[in-house]
Ligand binder design. Structure first.
Ligand SMILES: Nc1ncnc2c1ncn2[C@@H]1O[C@H](COP(=O)(O)OP(=O)(O)OP(=O)(O)O)[C@@H](O)[C@H]1O
Length: 579
């Protein structure tokens, strides 16, 4: 675990760890020596040799003083190291998570990441601050005792050495059982955390279908599983602890028997034997504690392995420097094949170009791959085959910052931060001044929302924008895009029918965006498709048709069907509203 921890902390903090371990070692030896010096001191006192005992006292006092100083130093260094571990691991996890492909963040990994960032990191830091000291002392103090035993009475020393493997074996078994139970407990914990998150996030749907905690089976099962795993962990820790206790008691009794035998044969002085047996207690006690603590340390080792597993996940490869933009505002896809994970191909040989400052409408049945295509342009995932170019350069040859500087994204599932309205728009371009923000907001129709809210621009929008309606959230998202003024805008129109106010705001914004940017729109509204410079129709992961509205209507294929269905639906709505 120490080697793994040193590797994870990196060269900057390896010295902190080394200094701490060095101080711990010195403390362990000093504690062992302080006790070992008791043998000559007590031995000589009992033999009536006070001068001889006094001669040993300064040595004993020195060892005690060193043990006190190093104990204080190790406590301070331990706390400092725990803070270093907390900050370093949190930073490393955060820095690495933002380089991972978005595909990595599914519902399981999100729960795992949150557990690792909270429980695991705390357990690693806490173990270093509180467990290493008793563990190192628990090993070194008995080791010092063994050396002293050999010095005073080699046969007793040998007996201690013979007993040690039994104690260590029991400790090992206890550690292994606890480690295995901890893995199961962690798996159950992650599942329960995921289910609780799912339950909290999807309250609206669950309530609509009359599900409460009492009858939401996945959550109940996950919590039951976690309870079982915790019970199992307690049960599995019992045999190991009992065995360790038994091994220690057995060794202690065996050593007393050996000592008594030696005294009976007159091969050891009874006075010396009493002091040596006092040392034996100093040998077995800490070793028993080591057995218990090592199990907990093993669990911290498991936590460290989980942290490293996240850090070892492959980042999306990115170049050190981006290739220069060759065709500002152009999007070009050639022979793009893509599928999620190992799943079937969602896009299969897609190719088309969106010339700069034009508008392309993407049309296709649900599941035909429209959203996936926009995700590939923003490089949320890498293609399996083919090339996606933005600004005339393969997205894989651009650093994420440089690619994102060319793109503004307006997706349907708009996420607003729990900040003010103005703060949420400013995210589009943090260095924009208030006038620029108000202009973008006004074009997107956000000023109408501002007028309605009591705190105006300073109104908080709630977590995820919960204080706003779906259409209002999208208007804020469009305002961000307008403010960013990026060469390329990827926009997913709302599927649900917009009220006239929202509809007008979206139309105004699109016209404005078209003036300076290339627009690729997942189109649902008839007015968007008719005014687009080109329409790309996706069908089963391929480009089935491409052209203008008039050209595609004349083909009488997929697009013509889409158009007739939408026109009929729009007509039906008008009639219904009028009746
Ligand atoms: N994260 C994902 N993991 C696995 N499969 C996915 C994921 N996202 C989408 N898919 C699958 O990819 C296919 C295309 O989905 P996509 O969302 O791109 O379609 P779409 O044309 O945008 O659909 P819609 O109009 O309904 O939004 C679907 O079969 C979908 O189930």
């Amino acid at each position: 675990m120490i080697r793994d921890l040193a590797a994870t902390l990196g060269p900057d903090h390896r010295r902190d760890l080394g200094r701490y371990l060095g101080t711990l070692t010195l403390n362990g030896v000093a504690q062992g020596a302080a006790v070992a010096f008791l043998v000559p001191v007590v031995g000589r006192l009992l033999a009536g040799d006070t001068d001889g005992a006094a001669a040993w006292l300064p040595w004993m006092a020195g060892a005690v003083a060193l043990s006190l100083v190093t104990h204080y130093a190790q406590a301070m260094l331990g706390f400092r190291l725990a803070l270093v571990i907390l900050t370093t691991l949190h930073h490393r996890l955060g820095d690495h998570a933002v380089t991972l492909p978005l595909g990595w963040f599914d519902s399981t990994t999100v729960g795992r990441l949150s557990r690792i960032g909270t429980k695991s990191v705390l357990s690693i830091a806490g173990s270093c601050a509180h467990l290493l000291q008793p563990l190192v002392t628990g090993v070194l103090a008995p080791a010092t005792v063994v050396v002293v035993m050999f010095w005073h009475e080699w046969r007793l020393g040998l007996a201690v050495l013979v007993c040690s493997p039994l104690i260590l074996l029991a400790a090992r078994l206890s550690i292994r059982l606890l480690g295995r139970a901890d893995e199961e407990n962690d798996r159950a914990g992650v599942e329960a955390a995921n289910r609780v998150l799912e339950f909290a996030r999807n309250q609206a749907v669950l309530r609509a279908f009359g599900r409460t905690t009492g009858n939401y089976r996945p959550l109940e099962d996950a919590l039951e599983e976690q309870r079982t795993a915790s019970r199992r962990q307690v049960l599995l820790s019992m045999p190991g602890m009992l065995l360790s206790g038994f091994a220690v008691q057995f060794c202690f009794s065996a050593l007393i028997a050996v000592g008594a035998l030696l005294a009976l044969r007159d091969s050891v002085d009874p006075v010396e034997l009493v002091t040596l047996l006092a040392l034996v207690a100093r040998f077995t006690g800490p070793l028993a504690e080591v057995g218990e603590l090592a199990g907990v340390l093993r669990m911290a080792g498991n936590d460290l392995r989980r942290v490293r597993a996240v850090l070892d996940e492959r980042s999306l490869p990115a170049p050190e420097h981006s290739a220069p933009v060759r065709a500002p505002g152009e999007i070009e896809l050639t022979g793009v094949r893509f599928g999620y994970g190992d799943g079937p191909a969602v896009l299969d040989g897609v190719g088309f170009t969106v010339p700069p400052r034009t508008m392309t409408a993407l049309v296709g049945a649900s599941g035909s791959g429209k959203t996936t295509l926009t995700r590939l342009i923003a490089r949320f995932f890498d293609v399996r085959e083919g090339t996606v170019r933005v600004g005339g350069v393969d997205v894989r040859e651009q650093r994420t910052e440089d690619l994102m500087a060319q793109l503004a994204l307006v997706f349907q599932d708009v996420y607003l931060f729990d900040d003010t309205l103005i703060g949420n728009i400013r995210i589009g371009r943090p260095d924009a001044d208030d006038d620029e923000i108000r202009r973008a907001a006004s074009l997107a129709g956000v000023d109408e929302i501002v007028a309605r809210l009591p705190d105006g621009w300073e109104a908080r929008v709630g977590e995820g924008g919960s204080a706003l309606s779906g259409g209002e959230r999208q208007r804020v998202s469009v305002a961000r895009a307008l403010l960013k003024n990026a060469p390329v805008v990827l926009l997913d129109e709302a599927t649900a029918a917009l009220d006239p106010e929202n509809e007008a705001a979206v139309r105004r914004s699109m016209e404005e965006l078209r003036r300076n940017s290339t627009l690729l729109v997942i189109a649902h509204r008839l007015s968007t498709v008719t005014t687009a410079d080109q329409i790309v129709v996706l069908h089963e992961g391929r480009v089935a048709e491409r052209g203008t509205h008039t050209e595609l209507l004349a083909l009488d294929g997929h697009y013509a069907r889409f158009w007739h269905e939408r026109s009929r639906a729009a007509g039906w709505r008008i009639t219904a509203a009028g009746s």
